[in-house]
Design a protein around this ligand. Structure first.
Ligand SMILES: NC(=O)c1ccc[n+]([C@@H]2O[C@H](COP(=O)([O-])OP(=O)(O)OC[C@H]3O[C@@H](n4cnc5c(N)ncnc54)[C@H](OP(=O)(O)O)[C@@H]3O)[C@@H](O)[C@H]2O)c1
Length: 271
């Protein structure tokens, strides 16, 4: 039987997920297809009812449906509840199971690119948007002792920190550079540094020389932040691996193989 899965979003044409899953399907010789589906908000509920009846095993979910599918699911994982949104749905016996693998993708990428020590280091996180929530939840889940959070809009940083208790504290955006000492990991989760956006303007002089710097922005692969960190000798981890690793649990659930994230996959997705 040909196995079916896909990704829904609005827009969807930019999604790299079909290329990613397509590479794994070919590599593991699986009789399956992974298709991009343009789904508007008005059609979301009907689509979720129809796809399992058409034979889909599950789907990835991207902007703007991640919160809506979480609310429509029959079952949710703890890591989806920690974020209040889902990016991976599995259809099982008429039920929808919702997971959120973004935070897992982030820590798995960090562990592969730097090491497990970095995942548990005191972390300094820039940004308090949707991605930051998953990143912080995953870092704490992996045993990070403390997370310092800063965001341009202070109220968003405080609201996010409040969800996690006293392991997450905030500092004002303008004080970020002075607050860097003592952290073993620096994470950019803002959209600054993305192609078409201004760079993140942060003086890294106060950062411990051994601290790892990672960016979840991956267009360009080497953001100005990562270039500055590399020039100062910091270990750096780019954001593409987060996208690759977040896809692993879904592929495994729908197609039955535990896929590998490696250079061949990176090359296929970047091609
Ligand atoms: N690698 C991956 O797999 C992956 C996964 C998810 C997301 N991402 C990337 O991560 C980035 C953030 O995604 P998101 O979903 O969290 O977006 P979001 O919810 O819209 O949050 C955007 C964040 O960027 C900050 N920001 C935007 N413009 C800024 C500026 N000019 N100065 C200072 N801060 C600014 C926002 O601060 P305010 O609160 O002050 O507006 C907020 O913290 C995007 O570039 C996205 O492509 C990558």
């Amino acid at each position: 039987m040909t196995l079916l899965a896909g990704v829904i979003g609005d827009p969807i044409a930019h999604s790299r997920s079909p290329r990613l899953h397509g590479h794994w399907l070919r590599r593991y010789g699986i009789d399956g297809h992974y298709v991009p589906l343009h789904v508007r908000a008005d059609d979301l509920e009907a689509t979720l009812a129809l796809l399992p009846r058409l034979g889909f095993r599950g789907i990835n979910v991207t902007i703007p449906h991640k919160e809506a599918v979480f609310a429509l699911a029959d079952e949710t994982t703890a890591r989806a509840r920690a974020v209040g949104a889902a990016n991976t749905l599995t259809f099982q016996e008429g039920r929808i199971l919702a997971d959120n693998t973004d935070g897992y993708g982030f820590t798995a990428n960090l562990a592969q690119g730097a090491g497990h020590r970095d995942v548990r280091a005191p972390a300094f996180v820039l940004g308090a948007g949707g991605a930051a929530r998953g990143v912080i939840a995953a870092l704490l889940d992996e045993g990070a002792a403390h997370v310092t959070l800063t965001n341009r809009s202070a109220d968003r940083a405080e609201a996010l920190a409040a969800l996690f208790g006293d392991r997450v504290t905030t500092v004002p955006w303008i004080d970020a550079a002075q607050a860097l000492p003592g952290h073993g990991l620096l994470v950019n989760t803002t959209s600054l540094g993305m192609t078409g956006k201004p760079p993140l303007d942060l003086d890294l002089a106060g950062l411990d020389p051994s601290a790892t710097v990672t960016d979840i922005v991956y267009t360009p692969l080497e953001t100005p932040l990562l270039a500055a960190a590399r020039a100062r000798g910091h270990p750096v981890v780019d954001g593409l691996g987060m996208l690759l690793h977040q896809a692993v649990p879904g592929f495994h659930a729908w197609f039955g193989a535990e896929p590998r994230v490696d250079e061949a996959l990176r090359a296929a997705v970047l091609a």
